[in-house]
Design a protein around this ligand. Structure first.
Ligand code: ADP
Length: 623
């Protein structure tokens, strides 16, 4: 019998498979099962219009023969004729989509291999684990059967053979183990069951295998007997394919916990069916708690990607923007296929469309939660809100518009507020959205400037996360209202008369203030009197773009800080008894007072005191 040559591209692919360093060799089984399932689909659809076709017992059977090192995958699908065996298995079928033409360099080959590994490598992946592959097939409607055999790149043969039933049987002669690879694992029934569960659990035909087990012998205590039973390895109906109305909350919860190894029920379940530009089912979860490794480098975002119930990627990062990295779940699309013979580019485009739809869905679900279950939303936000705020800031604010109504802040009114709520309840006389920064709500509430703004009856947003101020700088405004940091000099709520009075005081005290600035030797860019401090004596504010809080954050960043310093202004309450004391002080006392006031102001602002010993000594002296 004459050996036939593979087509050039097929030969190349085959060669890659045989010499593959691809680490997921186990996917060969997924590929064979998917092919069997496709062939069974074809027969099933034919049977819908042709009553002569028996489609009553469609299944896929796996047989293991440890002794002879054989894995057999049998289906009673549509089968292949001799010509089909040749054209389907002798070439990369149908299109030369995966461009193997210009890949002469080895490293490129490997790159391609990774890509196809994610989408489906097809029948040839058998050669990753087998050194001889036999395909025995009888096509629907033909009398005879044929056998295709190949031992690799050398070629293949096709010859007639005996086969009773319509369908295809693929027999893999498993390679011998070597120092690098343990191929024998694929002859282990538990390993095979595991692989079917992992990759092919939702194939809609039963995948059956004989499982051998030891059970206690009823007649002889202490003795065991060997039992062999057919077991259906796959659960067949994917939860996400079912109708929402048929699924109970516990089912979702159990599914989530099992699949994503969590002990806690998810905080939110999002199950959607999308049709249109892209057709897909998505089942997503927002965990109650951040996973242990969430803030570590090891954490990988992504959704599982299925093609018609077959897992093709475990963590598809492209499906989730970074600000939703906490979302777990999966996407199943019939637009993506396992087939190697489809455009990889097309996959990419489809994937992008799906990702966009998912982003939109998650945003709308969160908006719904915010509207309908405030308590739950706030709990969610406490856990994952920082992500959303980073999302506003990241990528030069590219996503800020989609996220700005999902972020909430604590405020001086107590509790959380959205930017919308804030602007809606702003007083007519209020021009800006006020905020203040600090380590905790409590500390911010005690800031003199915050007290002063509150006294005027205005609400102040409390920024306690590092990212907060960066995020709103990126937003710039909300509904035409600008953000104003009350710790900055730019916020001045006093009346014209009050302003004038302070200005006069500053002018008449210029000599004193300059002297104080000089005493502080470059630490501050100005010292001035203010009327904004209520009953408090001093505070520190910042001039220019960089606020105190931003300076603190930046200085903590590796390599950051040095260049960016806030320009500090020491503000002294013009109405405070202390103002008079300063005016009356002699040179030595003024120096002491100035240093003490400055350090107090630093402490109030949450900054450290540079020379704590000197500071403590000076205070003791006064006492
Ligand atoms: P594909 O990605 O197209 O499935 P494969 O290399 O896996 O590529 O298979 C090539 C073709 O061989 C399939 O498209 C199908 O037509 C045919 N084929 C493979 N396995 C079977 C099977 N078990 N029954 C019927 N046809 C099959």
């Amino acid at each position: 019998m004459r050996k036939k040559q593979f087509k050039a591209e097929s030969k190349k692919l085959l060669d890659m498979m045989i010499n593959s360093i691809y680490t997921h060799k186990e996917i060969f089984l997924r590929e064979l099962i998917s092919n069997a399932s496709d062939a069974t689909d074809k027969l099933y659809f034919k049977s819908l219009t042709d009553t002569a076709i028996d489609a009553s017992d469609l299944k896929i059977r796996i047989e293991l023969d440890k002794e002879n090192r054989l894995i057999t995958v049998k289906d009673n699908g549509i089968g292949m004729t001799a010509e089909e065996l040749e054209s389907n298995l002798g070439t990369i079928a149908k299109s030369d989509s995966l461009n193997f033409k210009n890949e002469n360099k080895d490293d490129e080959n490997l790159e391609n291999l990774e890509v196809i590994g994610q989408f489906g490598v097809g029948f040839y992946s058998s050669f990753m684990v087998a050194d001889r592959v036999e395909v025995i097939s009888k096509a629907l409607g033909s009398d005879g059967a044929n056998k295709w055999v190949s031992e690799g790149v050398e070629g293949y043969t096709v010859e007639p053979c005996e086969k009773e039933a319509v369908g295809t049987t693929v027999i893999l002669h498993i390679k011998d183990d070597n120092e690098n690879e343990n191929y024998s694992e694929y002859l282990d029934q538990y390993r095979i069951r595991e692989l079917v569960k992992k990759y092919s659990d939702y194939i809609r035909y039963p995948i059956v295998m004989e499982m051998t087990s030891q059970v206690p012998d009823k007649d002889n205590e202490g003795e065991y007997i060997t039992e062999v039973n057919d077991e259906v390895l796959n659960s067949q109906v994917p939860l996400w394919r079912k109708n929402k109305s048929e699924i109970k909350a516990e089912e979702y919860n159990e599914f989530y916990k099992q699949k994503f190894y969590d002990f806690t029920d998810p905080a939110l379940v999002i199950h959607s069916k999308t049709e249109g530009q892209a057709t897909f089912d998505a089942l997503m979860f927002i965990p109650e708690n951040a996973p242990m490794d969430f803030y570590s480098k090891e954490f990988e975002k992504g959704l599982q990607l299925y093609s018609n119930g077959v897992l093709i990627m475990d963590k598809c990062a492209d499906l989730l923007p970074d600000y939703f990295s906490f979302v777990r779940g999966l996407v199943d699309s019939s637009d993506l296929t396992l087939n190697i013979s489809r455009e990889v580019l097309q996959h990419d485009r489809q994937l992008k469309i799906i990702a966009k739809a998912i982003d939109k869905k998650l945003k709308s679900e969160l908006a719904k939660l915010l509207k309908n279950d405030r308590e739950k939303y706030e709990k969610f936000f406490k856990t994952f809100g920082v992500q959303l705020k980073w999302g506003v800031y990241a990528d030069y604010g590219m996503n800020k518009d989609g996220l700005k109504d999902l972020i909430i802040f604590k405020s001086s009114n107590g509790g959380y507020v959205t930017l919308k709520e804030y602007t809606e309840r702003m007083a007519d006389s209020q021009s800006d959205i006020y905020y203040a920064c600090g380590d905790s709500e409590e500390k911010i509430a005690l800031l003199p400037q915050v007290e002063a703004v509150k006294e005027k009856g205005f609400e102040v947003l409390y920024f306690t996360d590092d990212v907060d101020e960066f995020a709103i700088q990126m937003l710039m405004e909300y509904e035409g209202k600008h953000f104003a940091n009350v710790q900055k000099d730019e916020v001045d709520l006093s009346t014209d008369a009050e302003k004038e009075a302070v200005q006069k005081k500053n002018e008449s005290s210029k000599e004193l203030l300059d002297k104080m600035k000089e005493i502080l030797g470059g630490e501050v860019s100005a010292v001035k009197f203010t009327n904004k401090l209520g009953k408090h004596a001093v505070s520190l504010s910042a001039e220019g773009y960089v606020s105190l809080e931003m300076a603190k954050v930046l200085s903590q960043m590796p390599g950051g800080g040095e260049g960016v310093k806030a320009q500090l202004v020491l503000e002294i309450n013009s109405d405070h008894a202390l103002a008079k004391k300063l005016e009356e002080a002699d040179e030595k006392t003024l120096e002491k007072y100035t240093k003490i006031l400055y350090n107090q102001a630093r402490l109030i602002a949450g900054l450290t005191v540079e020379n704590p010993t000197e500071f403590a000594d000076m205070i003791c002296e006064l006492m």
